[in-house]
Design a protein around this ligand. Structure first.
Ligand SMILES: Cc1cc2nc3c(=O)[nH]c(=O)nc-3n(C[C@H](O)[C@H](O)[C@H](O)COP(=O)(O)OP(=O)(O)OC[C@H]3O[C@@H](n4cnc5c(N)ncnc54)[C@H](O)[C@@H]3O)c2cc1C
Length: 277
């Protein structure tokens, strides 16, 4: 996360942070038991659970454990991608916590439905009065544009805080019109939520958010290809590159085919010969 500026309560962010909160482990004893039960012996040359699990899943299809072709796990998964048997890649899963991204980014991210699960910061329940804002790089690079953007965000932020405070006060005042829109026995939490959910309507797309994403390798590959495209929006392309860097370390055999091609805006297009497996 990069904090380029702090003025009043407004913090400006320019880069996402991705935490890998979860990855798979393999139960070696259960795999050995299965192999023994079926009279075969097999050992993957990969030590990465996601790679061993996807290879195991693929080998179950033809029970091809006994006489594997040369090349080990890398060659096996490479062939799976080459022939487009993408469902095998659905058995590899990561849990990513993404912060320092804008609501406009997550609006695009959650369009990726198949193989992705999401839990996102609620603007109804969580106070945004210490909210952070994500500035597009093309605006941050120009002092004149940056000043216009910063003023607009600061203004929206102040309006949010004022609206939330006033709504909260009015919801506690039985004589106010707002209070009549809630049941008379509405508790403090309900009043707070009601105030925040209305006040957030003035928050900009740039508002920082946090999103927990659980995704399988096939869905992640589709995301990387679509959002790493030269036609994608730069903030989500940057995120795709951060995630690609992580995944290439997590699993070279599932993500090692991707190449990065520099673009004029400083981001990289993500390319592969094995598109949408
Ligand atoms: C550069 C760019 C510009 C975009 N511009 C716009 C825009 O202007 N407006 C807009 O609304 N969206 C836009 N999108 C979003 C885009 O249309 C997709 O919603 C998004 O990229 C997710 O892709 P997906 O549907 O393939 O992903 P997923 O929902 O994850 O689906 C993955 C794959 O599963 C299959 N699948 C999923 N659901 C179904 C289904 N119901 N029936 C059959 N097959 C299914 C398809 O093969 C699909 O490709 C844009 C995306 C990009 C990358």
């Amino acid at each position: 996360m990069t904090e380029s500026e702090s003025s009043t309560d407004v913090r400006i962010l320019t880069a996402p942070t991705v935490y890998v909160l979860g990855r798979q482990t393999i139960d070696d004893a259960a795999l050995t038991q299965f192999l023994n039960d079926h009279g075969v012996s097999w050992q993957s040359d990969s030590a990465i659970a996601a790679e061993v699990l996807t290879e195991s899943a693929g080998r179950v299809c033809y029970m091809s454990f006994a006489r594997p072709r040369p090349g080990g796990n890398a060659a096996y998964l490479g062939h799976i991608m080459e022939v487009g048997h993408g469902s095998v890649l659905e058995h590899a899963v990561w849990n990513l916590l993404i912060t320092g991204v804008s609501r406009s980014l997550t609006h695009e991210l959650v369009r990726h439905r198949a193989g992705m699960g999401y839990s996102q910061l609620s603007q109804r329940y969580v106070d945004e009065s210490v909210a952070e804002y994500v500035e597009p790089a093309i605006i941050a690079a120009d002092p004149e544009l940056h000043a216009i953007w910063r003023d607009a965000v600061a203004h929206a932020h102040r309006s949010y805080v004022t609206l939330a405070d006033k709504l909260h006060a009015k919801l506690a005042d039985p004589g106010a019109a707002a209070a009549a829109m809630l049941p008379p026995d509405a508790d403090r939490t309900t009043r707070r939520k009601t105030a925040r959910q209305a006040a957030r309507s003035v928050l900009p797309n740039a508002t920082e958010t946090k999103i927990f994403v659980t995704a399988n390798a096939r869905a992640l590959r589709h995301f990387l290809e679509q959002r790493g495209s030269a036609f994608a929006e730069p903030e989500i392309r940057t995120l795709a590159n951060v995630i690609l860097n992580i995944l290439q370390q997590e699993s070279p055999n599932l993500f090692g085919d991707y190449q990065r091609v520099p673009l004029p805006d400083g981001t990289y297009e993500i390319q592969t010969a094995f598109k949408k497996v």
